[in-house]
Design a protein around this ligand. Structure first.
Ligand code: SF4
Length: 352
């Protein structure tokens, strides 16, 4: 049974004054009308007709699009009033929205609170000033920190979105962004490797050889290391990578997409493999033999790998790659993959 469902209401931001190098919203929203309150109601009703009665304990209406609070206050109020009416009738349990750090102010937050918004997500993308400037985000890391503090002081849950592989970015800068995000104590995080879309400044830079996109391997490695930093700090990682179907527009507008299919599972599978192997090697060292299993060594001859049932496919690995990895690297080890309901999420255990 699914416990949580999201009703996404995409708000194209027609009047965005910014010019982020990766964004194709301007090209797209020229052809997309805004969402009226009546349309928002229609979207919510359509989703509820498929969600209600399925035992889902929490349904959340989410205004996505990146800049909700950049809309005129009356327009925000009209859309929020619709979601709020569903909240009051308990047909949904919460409201979330995403916006930019520099579109946060006290009057904006007061209005959001009045309409019962629970979570405010910020498109932060990076805490590195060079990356922010090269990406033409139009805000500084300091503005992010101030906005986060204001959101939390109003009692909202805070979400932070980070991008990976922007211009001037690096593995280490991404990890530092994850560390700085942790210091702000967000509740949720999303990690998005950068996609090159047609019609963007990034596409132009890429065509001129001035921007090098992430390879799939780099995207997995950096996302995995950021994931670890956030997860170790107790941040709920609600999204890892975008699917082509998540993007507004057509498939042929995607020029470079560094995330292979099943990206989240690949990232989580890498974490599982690293954690399991580290424990296995530790056990071997404790038994007096570091490294591989060898005939006559004290390396365990059998082991059980366990995790929560929800993480089983990550533990086995996408396409059973972890199963194959361990079978090839430790051919004398008899391995069993098991589930254990008592283990916390993304916790992988080796027992012998
Ligand atoms: S990504 Fe940047 S340019 Fe695009 S809508 Fe958001 S703030 Fe505006």
């Amino acid at each position: 049974m699914k416990e949580h469902a999201i009703i996404p209401i995409f708000i194209p931001h027609r009047g965005c004054p910014h010019d982020c190098v990766f964004c194709n919203q301007k090209a797209i929203t020229r052809t997309l009308p805004g969402v009226t309150p009546a349309e928002a109601e229609g979207i919510i009703e359509t989703w509820l007709s498929t969600l209600e009665g399925r035992g889902i304990s929490r349904i959340e209406a989410a205004f996505y699009g990146g800049s909700f609070t950049g809309l005129p206050m009356e327009e925000q109020a009209g859309l929020l009033a619709v979601a709020h009416s569903y909240l009051q009738r308990q047909r949904i349990q919460s409201i979330r929205l995403s916006t930019r750090p520099d579109f946060i102010s006290e009057p904006v937050l007061e209005q959001l609170r009045r309409y019962g918004v629970g979570t405010v997500e910020l498109g932060v993308q990076s805490f590195d000033e060079e990356v922010l400037a090269a990406s033409r985000r139009g805000h500084s890391a300091r503005q992010v920190e101030e906005a986060c503090g204001m959101i939390q002081s109003f009692g909202f849950r805070l979400g932070i979105q980070l991008m990976i592989g922007l211009p001037e970015d690096s593995h280490e800068k991404c990890l530092e962004s994850a560390r700085r995000a942790v210091r702000l104590r967000p509740d949720d995080a999303r990690l998005y490797p950068t996609i090159v879309l047609e019609g963007t400044e990034l596409a132009r830079l890429w065509r001129q050889g001035q921007y090098q996109p992430l390879s799939p391997q780099e995207a997995i490695r950096t996302t995995k290391d950021m994931y670890r930093i956030l997860q170790d700090a107790g941040v709920n990682i609600i999204r890892v990578g975008l699917k082509s179907s998540d993007l507004v527009g057509k498939d042929d507008q995607i020029l470079v997409h560094p995330c292979p299919p099943a990206f989240r599972q690949l990232v989580e599978g890498e974490i599982a493999r690293e954690d399991l192997e580290a424990q296995l090697e530790k056990l071997a060292q404790a038994g007096g033999t570091a490294g591989r299993d060898r005939p006559g060594s004290s390396f365990p001859s059998a082991a059980v790998f366990s995790c929560h049932p929800d993480d089983f496919s990550s533990m086995v690995g996408n396409g059973k790659r972890n199963r194959r990895y361990f079978a090839e690297k430790y051919p004398r080890l008899s391995l069993r993959f098991a589930v254990d309901e008592s283990l916390p999420a993304m916790t992988f255990r080796v027992s012998i």
